[in-house]
Each structure stands twice: as structure tokens, then as C-alpha cells.
Design a protein around this ligand. Structure first.
Ligand code: FES
Length: 260
């Protein structure tokens, strides 16, 4: 079973209850699979055709538009997801993370002063870019043959290419898939679709708003991430089962067993 990457905060039970008031894990969803994802009229069309075989095409809207309705479709690949606490990342080196079955690399683009989320595979020979480095000009450099990429996924430099050859950055097959990303609450979030039409999705839809996390008087937040080898259903069941805490987390969390 694929490991579940879980970004979580330590919060009061009241907050957890408030956000779990609806059984979100019982909402039916559709995860459409296709071998080829088409991205017409894009300079990345050919590259993206080999992207993971998931579809993010929006499902037809239901008559009610009500998420609680049993017929509502939930498209898992048209949402923002927390990917990594910023405190887990190093601006000097790319970091590989697997999420939603996607191999991703998170790296700091010092030209734009933002975290970027790319497909973790070089368009040349598919080496993981997370094994590479940030070069002296702030580009993401593949560790295999040294191709360098800018924050837009464009290929900036191919060491082996002749200087008088065609411009490499305009060749779609030399580009890396870029996922929309943003930073909120000290967490890097990503939108799991490299289709360029989602490039500015942040202007239309933002990650979930959690007002308490913006309020410094509410509580001190600890953010951590762990890869745990089970699905989200087990995790949610575990989080809704506080009676295990005093025993499973003895000496780790400050909960005392109930008096006998
Ligand atoms: S595999 Fe990345 S440069 Fe060759």
C-alpha cells in the first residue's frame, strides 16, 4: 500500500472536532484513469502526454452542487494539497516527495523567492531531479547530465548542446512539468495538475482557510510531516479515536491515563 504523506498540526481537540464535523471520508468520488492526458494548445503538450495517468477534467456538476449530496463527485486532482512544512525544506537543495501517487520535487526558486513543485523526473533520461542540485545561478540542475531548469520548467542550459544550436528552452520535450504551488500557514501546497491552464489557479481557488492558524493568540502550532504506510481512512479513524492516546503515546504526549 502506498504510504500516506500526512502534514499535520498539533491542535486542541475542539479544533479537530470542528473540522471533522462532517464525515468527509465517506463522500463518494471519481478517480478517472486514462492512459493519455491531453493538453491541447500548450507548449508542454508532448511532455505532459506522458504525465501520470490521471484525469483532472472537472466532472459535470450535479443539480444540487451540494457536497453532502450522495451523488456528488469529488475530483481528487482538482484540489489544493498540503505537501510539506517549510521547516522540513532546505532552500539549498531539492527535496523529493511522493504525494497522490505523484513523484514530486520541491525546490526553492530564488529568482522568484517561492517554492516550486516539479515532476521529479528529468525530461532527458528521467533521472529524479530531487537527486540534483541548485546551481550557482539558482537553477534546478539534473545530477545526471547537468541539464538546468528555471522556475517555469523551461530548460535553461544543456551542457552538451552546441552553442550555435537551436534554443533549448523553446523545445517542449526539454521542459519539466510544473505543478501550481503556494505557501500558506508555513506549508507548501500544490495543485496536482501540470496542465498550463491551471498555472494561475491560485487566483481562482485558494487552499482551505483555517482562521485559527492565522490567529497567533489561538495556540502555538507545531507542524510536522511523516510518511506512514497506510491509507487515509485508517488515519482518520485513528484521529477520531482519542482513547488510544494515553497508551500508544505514553511518554510522548502529555495526556495521563484516566483515573481508575
Ligand atoms: S537525465 Fe537529466 S540531464 Fe540527462
Amino acid at each position: 500500500m502506498e504510504a500516506l504523506r500526512h502534514v499535520f498540526t498539533i491542535a486542541p481537540p475542539s479544533l479537530i472536532r470542528a473540522h471533522l464535523s462532517k464525515p468527509i471520508f465517506t463522500i463518494p468520488f471519481i478517480h478517472k484513469k486514462s492512459n493519455v492526458t491531453r493538453f491541447p494548445n500548450s507548449k508542454l503538450t508532448k511532455f505532459n502526454a506522458i504525465s501520470p495517468s490521471v484525469s483532472t477534467q472537472p466532472e459535470p456538476e450535479t443539480a444540487t452542487g451540494n457536497l453532502d449530496h450522495e451523488d456528488e463527485k469529488f475530483d481528487w486532482f482538482s484540489q489544493w494539497y498540503p505537501l510539506a512544512p517549510v521547516t522540513d525544506l532546505d532552500k539549498r537543495a531539492p527535496r523529493g516527495i511522493k504525494a497522490l501517487g505523484l513523484d514530486l520535487v520541491v525546490w526553492w526558486d530564488r529568482k522568484e523567492n517561492v517554492w516550486k513543485v516539479f515532476d521529479d523526473r528529468c525530461p532527458h533520461r528521467l533521472a529524479p531531479l530531487s537527486e540534483g542540485r541548485i546551481d550557482q545561478w539558482g537553477r534546478l540542475q539534473c545530477v545526471y547530465h547537468g541539464w538546468c531548469f528555471g522556475g517555469s520548467g523551461d530548460c535553461k542550459f544543456i551542457p552538451q548542446a552546441p552553442l550555435d544550436g537551436p534554443p533549448v528552452h523553446s523545445f517542449p520535450k526539454a521542459c519539466v512539468g510544473v505543478y501550481p504551488s503556494t505557501e500558506q500557514y508555513g506549508i507548501v501546497w500544490f495543485w496536482p495538475n501540470t496542465d498550463p491552464k491551471y498555472k494561475d489557479i491560485i487566483t481562482k481557488k485558494k487552499p482551505p482557510c483555517i482562521p485559527e492558524l492565522e490567529d497567533p493568540s489561538f495556540f502555538k502550532t507545531t507542524i510536522a510531516a511523516r510518511d506512514i504506510p497506510y491509507g487515509y481512512e485508517v488515519l482518520i479513524e485513528n484521529l477520531m479515536d482519542p482513547s488510544h492516546v494515553a497508551y500508544s503515546h505514553t511518554g510522548i504526549m502529555t495526556y495521563a491515563p484516566p483515573p481508575r
